[in-house]
Design a protein around this ligand. Structure first.
Ligand SMILES: [Zn+2]
Length: 283
Protein backbone atom coordinates (compact mmCIF):
# COMPACT_ATOMS: atom_id res chain seq x y z
CA UNK A 1 0.00 0.00 0.00
CA UNK A 2 1.36 3.41 -0.90
CA UNK A 3 0.14 6.67 0.57
CA UNK A 4 0.70 10.07 -0.90
CA UNK A 5 2.13 12.45 1.66
CA UNK A 6 1.56 16.11 0.84
CA UNK A 7 4.42 17.96 2.41
CA UNK A 8 4.86 20.72 -0.15
CA UNK A 9 1.96 22.76 1.13
CA UNK A 10 3.48 23.41 4.54
CA UNK A 11 7.18 22.78 4.48
CA UNK A 12 8.22 23.85 1.02
CA UNK A 13 9.36 20.27 0.50
CA UNK A 14 8.49 18.28 -2.57
CA UNK A 15 5.62 15.81 -2.59
CA UNK A 16 6.62 12.18 -2.47
CA UNK A 17 4.97 8.88 -1.85
CA UNK A 18 5.62 6.99 1.36
CA UNK A 19 4.88 3.36 2.01
CA UNK A 20 2.65 2.25 4.84
CA UNK A 21 5.74 0.72 6.47
CA UNK A 22 7.49 4.10 6.49
CA UNK A 23 4.43 5.81 7.94
CA UNK A 24 4.10 3.10 10.59
CA UNK A 25 7.75 3.46 11.51
CA UNK A 26 7.41 7.24 11.84
CA UNK A 27 4.31 6.96 14.05
CA UNK A 28 6.01 4.46 16.34
CA UNK A 29 9.26 6.46 16.65
CA UNK A 30 7.57 9.80 17.25
CA UNK A 31 5.16 8.57 19.91
CA UNK A 32 1.87 8.61 18.03
CA UNK A 33 0.98 4.98 18.64
CA UNK A 34 2.56 1.91 20.23
CA UNK A 35 1.58 -1.74 19.77
CA UNK A 36 -0.44 -2.58 22.89
CA UNK A 37 1.30 -4.96 25.28
CA UNK A 38 4.57 -4.35 23.46
CA UNK A 39 6.75 -5.29 26.47
CA UNK A 40 5.12 -8.73 26.40
CA UNK A 41 5.41 -9.14 22.64
CA UNK A 42 2.26 -7.26 21.61
CA UNK A 43 -1.34 -8.32 21.08
CA UNK A 44 -2.26 -8.30 17.41
CA UNK A 45 -4.89 -5.76 16.38
CA UNK A 46 -4.56 -3.47 19.42
CA UNK A 47 -2.66 -0.19 19.68
CA UNK A 48 -2.11 2.36 22.47
CA UNK A 49 -1.97 6.06 21.64
CA UNK A 50 1.26 7.76 22.69
CA UNK A 51 1.68 11.38 23.89
CA UNK A 52 1.38 12.93 20.40
CA UNK A 53 -1.22 10.45 19.15
CA UNK A 54 -3.64 11.07 21.98
CA UNK A 55 -3.51 14.85 21.40
CA UNK A 56 -4.04 14.43 17.66
CA UNK A 57 -6.94 12.02 18.19
CA UNK A 58 -8.59 14.28 20.79
CA UNK A 59 -8.35 17.26 18.45
CA UNK A 60 -10.05 15.32 15.66
CA UNK A 61 -12.79 13.95 17.95
CA UNK A 62 -13.43 17.33 19.61
CA UNK A 63 -13.62 19.21 16.29
CA UNK A 64 -15.96 16.58 14.87
CA UNK A 65 -18.24 16.79 17.90
CA UNK A 66 -18.25 20.59 17.93
CA UNK A 67 -19.06 20.82 14.22
CA UNK A 68 -21.61 18.03 13.86
CA UNK A 69 -23.31 18.10 17.27
CA UNK A 70 -22.78 21.31 19.25
CA UNK A 71 -23.37 23.77 16.40
CA UNK A 72 -26.57 22.07 15.21
CA UNK A 73 -29.98 22.15 16.81
CA UNK A 74 -31.17 19.00 15.00
CA UNK A 75 -28.49 16.77 16.53
CA UNK A 76 -28.43 14.90 19.83
CA UNK A 77 -25.42 13.14 21.33
CA UNK A 78 -25.28 9.90 23.26
CA UNK A 79 -22.50 7.77 24.73
CA UNK A 80 -23.73 4.18 24.87
CA UNK A 81 -22.44 1.20 26.83
CA UNK A 82 -19.67 -0.90 25.33
CA UNK A 83 -20.87 -4.20 26.82
CA UNK A 84 -24.28 -4.52 25.27
CA UNK A 85 -27.48 -6.52 25.63
CA UNK A 86 -27.32 -9.70 23.52
CA UNK A 87 -30.84 -9.16 22.14
CA UNK A 88 -29.55 -6.00 20.41
CA UNK A 89 -27.37 -8.10 18.16
CA UNK A 90 -29.97 -10.79 17.57
CA UNK A 91 -32.37 -8.08 16.35
CA UNK A 92 -29.72 -6.47 14.12
CA UNK A 93 -28.72 -9.76 12.50
CA UNK A 94 -25.14 -9.68 13.83
CA UNK A 95 -25.46 -12.96 15.79
CA UNK A 96 -26.59 -14.72 12.62
CA UNK A 97 -24.55 -13.07 9.92
CA UNK A 98 -21.70 -10.87 11.21
CA UNK A 99 -19.22 -13.55 10.18
CA UNK A 100 -16.08 -14.24 8.24
CA UNK A 101 -14.86 -17.59 6.98
CA UNK A 102 -11.69 -19.15 8.39
CA UNK A 103 -9.63 -22.04 7.13
CA UNK A 104 -7.29 -23.91 9.49
CA UNK A 105 -4.06 -25.62 8.49
CA UNK A 106 -4.45 -29.31 9.33
CA UNK A 107 -0.70 -29.62 9.95
CA UNK A 108 0.41 -26.54 11.93
CA UNK A 109 -2.97 -25.24 13.13
CA UNK A 110 -2.55 -21.69 11.76
CA UNK A 111 -5.89 -19.97 11.09
CA UNK A 112 -6.43 -17.79 8.03
CA UNK A 113 -9.25 -15.61 6.85
CA UNK A 114 -10.21 -17.48 3.69
CA UNK A 115 -10.84 -14.51 1.38
CA UNK A 116 -7.66 -12.70 2.46
CA UNK A 117 -5.60 -15.83 1.85
CA UNK A 118 -7.00 -16.14 -1.67
CA UNK A 119 -6.69 -12.44 -2.49
CA UNK A 120 -3.07 -12.37 -1.29
CA UNK A 121 -2.39 -15.05 -3.93
CA UNK A 122 -4.05 -12.87 -6.58
CA UNK A 123 -7.21 -14.99 -6.72
CA UNK A 124 -10.38 -12.93 -7.11
CA UNK A 125 -13.26 -13.86 -4.77
CA UNK A 126 -16.48 -13.14 -6.68
CA UNK A 127 -18.87 -14.24 -3.94
CA UNK A 128 -18.36 -14.52 -0.19
CA UNK A 129 -19.89 -17.92 0.53
CA UNK A 130 -18.42 -21.12 2.03
CA UNK A 131 -19.07 -23.00 -1.24
CA UNK A 132 -17.26 -20.47 -3.44
CA UNK A 133 -14.30 -20.18 -1.07
CA UNK A 134 -13.97 -23.96 -0.89
CA UNK A 135 -14.17 -24.29 -4.68
CA UNK A 136 -11.42 -21.68 -5.20
CA UNK A 137 -9.13 -23.31 -2.62
CA UNK A 138 -9.50 -26.70 -4.34
CA UNK A 139 -9.24 -25.30 -7.91
CA UNK A 140 -6.04 -23.37 -7.16
CA UNK A 141 -4.65 -26.05 -4.83
CA UNK A 142 -4.13 -23.46 -2.08
CA UNK A 143 -1.98 -24.70 0.81
CA UNK A 144 -0.91 -23.25 4.17
CA UNK A 145 1.58 -20.44 3.40
CA UNK A 146 3.52 -21.25 6.58
CA UNK A 147 4.08 -25.00 6.18
CA UNK A 148 2.43 -26.18 2.97
CA UNK A 149 -0.13 -28.25 4.89
CA UNK A 150 -3.68 -29.01 3.76
CA UNK A 151 -6.38 -26.51 4.67
CA UNK A 152 -9.73 -27.30 6.30
CA UNK A 153 -13.06 -26.43 4.71
CA UNK A 154 -14.10 -22.79 5.34
CA UNK A 155 -15.81 -22.42 8.71
CA UNK A 156 -18.10 -19.61 9.89
CA UNK A 157 -16.57 -17.37 12.51
CA UNK A 158 -18.55 -14.64 14.30
CA UNK A 159 -16.55 -11.43 14.68
CA UNK A 160 -18.22 -10.28 17.89
CA UNK A 161 -16.33 -10.55 21.19
CA UNK A 162 -18.61 -12.20 23.73
CA UNK A 163 -18.26 -11.54 27.44
CA UNK A 164 -19.75 -13.25 30.50
CA UNK A 165 -21.63 -10.81 32.70
CA UNK A 166 -22.09 -11.48 36.42
CA UNK A 167 -20.39 -13.87 38.87
CA UNK A 168 -22.52 -16.88 37.87
CA UNK A 169 -22.05 -16.33 34.13
CA UNK A 170 -25.78 -16.06 33.66
CA UNK A 171 -25.71 -13.66 30.69
CA UNK A 172 -23.51 -13.74 27.62
CA UNK A 173 -23.30 -10.17 26.31
CA UNK A 174 -21.18 -8.68 23.51
CA UNK A 175 -18.64 -5.91 23.16
CA UNK A 176 -20.41 -3.76 20.60
CA UNK A 177 -19.07 -4.40 17.07
CA UNK A 178 -20.39 -1.00 15.92
CA UNK A 179 -21.83 2.12 17.51
CA UNK A 180 -24.93 2.35 15.29
CA UNK A 181 -27.10 -0.16 17.16
CA UNK A 182 -26.78 1.82 20.41
CA UNK A 183 -28.18 4.80 18.53
CA UNK A 184 -31.14 2.77 17.28
CA UNK A 185 -31.93 1.27 20.70
CA UNK A 186 -31.89 4.77 22.22
CA UNK A 187 -34.08 6.35 19.52
CA UNK A 188 -37.26 6.39 21.62
CA UNK A 189 -35.37 7.50 24.74
CA UNK A 190 -34.09 10.53 22.86
CA UNK A 191 -37.49 11.31 21.32
CA UNK A 192 -39.32 11.16 24.64
CA UNK A 193 -36.71 12.82 26.86
CA UNK A 194 -35.69 15.60 24.47
CA UNK A 195 -38.89 16.13 22.49
CA UNK A 196 -36.99 15.51 19.25
CA UNK A 197 -39.02 15.86 16.07
CA UNK A 198 -38.15 14.61 12.58
CA UNK A 199 -35.81 15.17 10.92
CA UNK A 200 -33.06 14.84 13.53
CA UNK A 201 -29.84 12.96 14.09
CA UNK A 202 -28.20 11.09 16.95
CA UNK A 203 -24.41 11.18 17.14
CA UNK A 204 -21.99 9.03 19.04
CA UNK A 205 -18.24 8.71 19.38
CA UNK A 206 -16.88 5.58 20.96
CA UNK A 207 -15.01 2.32 20.83
CA UNK A 208 -16.14 -0.66 18.80
CA UNK A 209 -14.65 -4.15 18.77
CA UNK A 210 -14.30 -6.81 16.10
CA UNK A 211 -12.47 -10.07 16.55
CA UNK A 212 -10.71 -9.81 13.19
CA UNK A 213 -9.11 -13.06 12.07
CA UNK A 214 -6.19 -11.27 10.48
CA UNK A 215 -5.75 -7.70 11.75
CA UNK A 216 -3.38 -5.82 9.45
CA UNK A 217 -2.41 -2.66 7.63
CA UNK A 218 -1.30 -0.79 10.74
CA UNK A 219 -4.32 1.18 12.04
CA UNK A 220 -6.62 0.27 9.15
CA UNK A 221 -7.87 -3.11 10.39
CA UNK A 222 -7.94 -3.29 14.16
CA UNK A 223 -9.75 -5.37 16.75
CA UNK A 224 -10.45 -2.28 18.88
CA UNK A 225 -11.11 1.06 17.20
CA UNK A 226 -12.99 4.33 17.56
CA UNK A 227 -16.04 5.22 15.49
CA UNK A 228 -17.58 8.66 14.96
CA UNK A 229 -21.11 8.08 13.74
CA UNK A 230 -24.39 9.85 13.04
CA UNK A 231 -27.68 8.18 12.25
CA UNK A 232 -30.06 10.72 10.76
CA UNK A 233 -33.79 10.07 10.93
CA UNK A 234 -36.30 11.44 8.44
CA UNK A 235 -40.00 11.04 7.81
CA UNK A 236 -40.24 8.39 5.04
CA UNK A 237 -43.26 10.24 3.62
CA UNK A 238 -41.18 13.39 3.19
CA UNK A 239 -37.91 12.10 1.77
CA UNK A 240 -37.64 14.95 -0.73
CA UNK A 241 -38.40 17.55 1.86
CA UNK A 242 -35.39 17.67 4.17
CA UNK A 243 -35.02 21.31 5.25
CA UNK A 244 -31.22 21.05 5.36
CA UNK A 245 -30.64 19.43 1.96
CA UNK A 246 -30.07 22.81 0.27
CA UNK A 247 -26.96 23.30 2.40
CA UNK A 248 -25.21 20.33 0.79
CA UNK A 249 -26.91 19.97 -2.63
CA UNK A 250 -23.98 21.65 -4.41
CA UNK A 251 -21.33 19.60 -2.64
CA UNK A 252 -19.25 17.52 -5.07
CA UNK A 253 -18.44 13.97 -3.91
CA UNK A 254 -16.85 10.82 -5.28
CA UNK A 255 -19.69 8.42 -6.00
CA UNK A 256 -19.20 4.71 -6.71
CA UNK A 257 -22.71 3.59 -7.52
CA UNK A 258 -24.11 0.08 -6.99
CA UNK A 259 -24.76 -0.08 -10.73
CA UNK A 260 -21.15 0.75 -11.60
CA UNK A 261 -19.91 -1.85 -9.11
CA UNK A 262 -22.11 -4.51 -10.69
CA UNK A 263 -20.59 -3.62 -14.08
CA UNK A 264 -17.13 -4.14 -12.60
CA UNK A 265 -16.23 -0.44 -12.57
CA UNK A 266 -14.01 0.39 -9.62
CA UNK A 267 -13.52 4.10 -10.30
CA UNK A 268 -15.71 6.63 -8.52
CA UNK A 269 -17.42 9.42 -10.49
CA UNK A 270 -17.52 13.04 -9.37
CA UNK A 271 -21.02 14.51 -9.00
CA UNK A 272 -22.88 16.87 -6.73
CA UNK A 273 -25.31 15.50 -4.16
CA UNK A 274 -28.09 17.35 -5.99
CA UNK A 275 -27.24 15.52 -9.22
CA UNK A 276 -27.10 12.21 -7.36
CA UNK A 277 -30.61 12.73 -5.98
CA UNK A 278 -31.92 13.85 -9.37
CA UNK A 279 -30.47 10.75 -11.05
CA UNK A 280 -32.03 8.52 -8.40
CA UNK A 281 -28.61 7.29 -7.20
CA UNK A 282 -29.36 8.64 -3.73
CA UNK A 283 -32.96 8.09 -2.72
ZN1 LIG B 1 0.49 -24.88 8.25
Amino acid sequence: MVLSLLMGKWGGMSQREVTLDELTDLCLRRGFVFPSGRIYGGLSGFFDYGPLGVELARNVLNDWWRWFVETRDDMYGIDGAIITHPRTWEASGHVESFIDYIVVCEKCGTEYRADHLLEDLGIKVPEYTAETLKRLIVEHNVRCPACGGRLSDPQRFNLMFSVEVGPRKSVTAYLRPETAQLIFTNFKNVVFSMGATLPFGIAQIGKAFRNEISPRNFLFRLREFTQMEIEYFVNPEKLDDCPRFGEVAGLEVNMLTAEDQERGIGEARKMTLGEAVEAGIVK
